[in-house]
Design a protein around this ligand. Sequence first.
Ligand code: CO
Length: 211
Amino acid sequence: MHSFEKLLSNNKDWSKSRQAFEPDFFKKLVELQTPEFLWIGCSDSRVPTNEITGTQPGEIFVHRNIANLVIDTDVNLLSVLYYAVNILKVKHVIVCGHYGCGGIKAAMSNSDFKQILNMWLRKIKDVYKDNSEELDQISDLEKRENRLTELNVIEQVRRLMKTSIIQKAWKDRQAPDLHGWVYSLNDGIINPIYHLKAGEEVDALYRYDDL
Ligand code: CO
């Protein structure tokens, strides 16, 4: 059996056991998805959204990329954000990074990862640069990586707040709240490190008054 065939056979088993557990499970999901959460996480295979949050299909709308970045020219991210906020009307947007993130480590190195990856990782280098005073004081490399992981998550949450998508939703329906979390590969625990409640004061330069 090829490795990918195992996935298809697992899938058949899963479908069967899911229906045995809850006979109208798929019927309900086909009719409607009403997730309360948008998850912006890392693509890393060790951080599976539903599994680590104990949630089922239908509960979390998911976008993942390397090192969970919010980039304001990323049409993919912005489409997901727009749809989640305006159509699904999620109540919470969660940016979840993870300690031991390969993207963070790569961005802290001086290696050339070739054009496309260099472009992506540069956004993380910029977060380092903005916080270099604090980070340079941490002599232990792993601790410095961990702190950059946290600062990166905080920066991505703040970038969400700068979008007109979030600002308009805050004005119209006082939601969603924005959360910054970091997951630990060592013990599987999520550390909530940052929270912006809907309606939080937006830096004057980034505030849209005429939404
Ligand atoms: Co990662």
